[in-house]
Ligand binder design. Structure first.
Ligand SMILES: Cc1cc2nc3c(=O)[nH]c(=O)nc-3n(C[C@H](O)[C@H](O)[C@H](O)COP(=O)(O)OP(=O)(O)OC[C@H]3O[C@@H](n4cnc5c(N)ncnc54)[C@H](O)[C@@H]3O)c2cc1C
Length: 363
């Protein structure tokens, strides 16, 4: 089966890789470079957070989280890329009453190793945190990784598995003939496939519009800061009003705003000021660290906050995988696998009805 994948973010790269491993001939078309947009801009947290309830989304998130150790090992074996996957745990400062409430909910996920800690223990765990923090939940099993490297690892593994990757290749429209998606037009040329998968992140709605149809996916801007983390101040991830992510490569990330700002590619005074204020409140000694870089990215968002996965209604062979919003890095491994099973075998192997494209009356 020939599959054309549009978009070389984490979702497109991971799915192209899995499709190739399942025996498909895959062409992956990316208008910039792999990870150029949201997937490169992310913080790389694989946090299940409050995802302990029994919703379809919680099950999807948990399934992906569990795949990660093997995915990381496999990608390292195939590409040699170390994606800086670490498990040092995350501290969530909060009020005493909230701590009790959330700890009970989160404890359902036994693998997370959830513990309630009070002021003294917080200081013992992470001496740089503000003494004003009186209570926190410590999630020992939380992981994070370097998402820029992860996208590159998936892209390289995909190419090694036979995927034909075209960068600097803009797709202008999908070609539908006789009720079937037959091809896309990329840089003026027709690229044929038995199936077309749209994984163009926040831009997926533009491609759907090329068919005269509507997909209500919009960008939600996220601004981020990296501090030069030398001397290192934190060992754990800390998740309060802002999150703080110490990376083995020597940066401390501070994130992230969630803004409705269209595709305005700007890091703003208000965005950065808010993040710095929240970060310094959590760990006062951060005020002395140099700012290494700032950036922003566009999370693909749907009105109900859930991913949009599956066949496009009424057009044979057209598939969509987008709107992973704040969780695309976490959800990439499971999304790639279920979309591959769905496209190649006709069954996603999971309960996906909450994620179907036709839930917005699409088409
Ligand atoms: C600041 C920030 C922090 C985040 N932190 C986390 C986190 O810690 N953990 C987590 O799980 N998630 C996080 N996310 C969310 C995550 O980054 C996204 O959900 C995920 O990257 C979406 O992946 P994607 O492949 O769908 O989209 P993108 O990464 O945006 O990829 C889409 C790709 O399609 C390409 N494209 C678009 N249109 C076309 C076209 N016409 N032709 C060809 N190519 C096209 C683009 O160039 C782009 O490379 C964060 C996001 C942001 C912005």
């Amino acid at each position: 089966m020939k599959v054309v994948v549009v978009g070389g973010g984490i979702i497109g790269c991971a799915t192209a890789y899995e499709l190739a491993r399942a025996g498909c001939a895959v062409t992956l078309l990316e208008r910039a470079t792999p990870g150029a947009e949201a997937s490169g801009a992310a913080a790389g947290l694989l946090a299940l957070l409050g995802e302990s309830s029994e919703t379809a989304f919680a099950r999807l998130a948990r399934a992906s989280w569990r795949l990660y150790p093997d995915v990381v090992r496999e990608l390292q074996e195939r590409t040699g890329i170390d994606v800086e996957y670490v498990t040092r745990g995350t501290i969530y400062p909060m009020s005493a009453s909230q701590t009790r409430r959330d700890a009970e909910v989160w404890a359902v996920n036994k693998e997370l190793g959830v513990e309630v800690v009070d002021g003294q223990d917080v200081q013992a765990l992470e001496p740089a945190l503000s003494p004003k923090i009186s209570h926190a939940i410590f999630v020992k099993g939380d992981h994070w990784l370097n998402n820029q490297r992860l996208v590159l690892a998936y892209a390289q593994a995909a190419v090694a598995a036979g995927v034909e990757l075209h960068t600097a290749c803009n797709v202008s429209r999908v070609v539908v003939e006789g009720g079937r998606a037959r091809a896309v037009v990329a840089e003026g040329e027709r690229v044929e496939g038995d199936a077309v998968l749209l994984a163009a992140g926040a831009w997926t709605s533009e491609l759907v519009r090329s068919l005269g149809m509507r997909l209500p996916v919009e960008p939600r801007r996220g601004q981020m800061i990296a501090l030069t983390h030398a001397p290192p101040v934190l060992t754990h991830c800390v998740h309060g009003e802002a999150y703080l992510v110490p990376r083995p490569s020597g940066e401390l990330l501070i994130g992230a705003t969630v803004e409705r700002a269209g595709f305005q590619r700007a890091v703003t005074a208000e965005g950065i000021a808010g993040l710095l204020r929240a970060a310094i409140e959590l760990a006062p000694s951060l005020r002395d660290l140099p700012i290494a870089r700032t950036w922003c990215g566009f999370r693909p968002w749907a009105p109900d906050g859930l991913p949009i996965l599956g066949p496009w209604p009424g057009i044979e062979g057209l598939w969509v995988s987008t709107a992973h919003f704040r969780n695309g890095i976490l959800l990439a491994p499971i999304t790639a696998r279920l979309m591959t099973e769905w496209i190649t075998e006709g069954n996603p192997g999971m309960d996906v009805k909450d994620f179907l494209p036709d839930r917005f009356g699409a088409g």
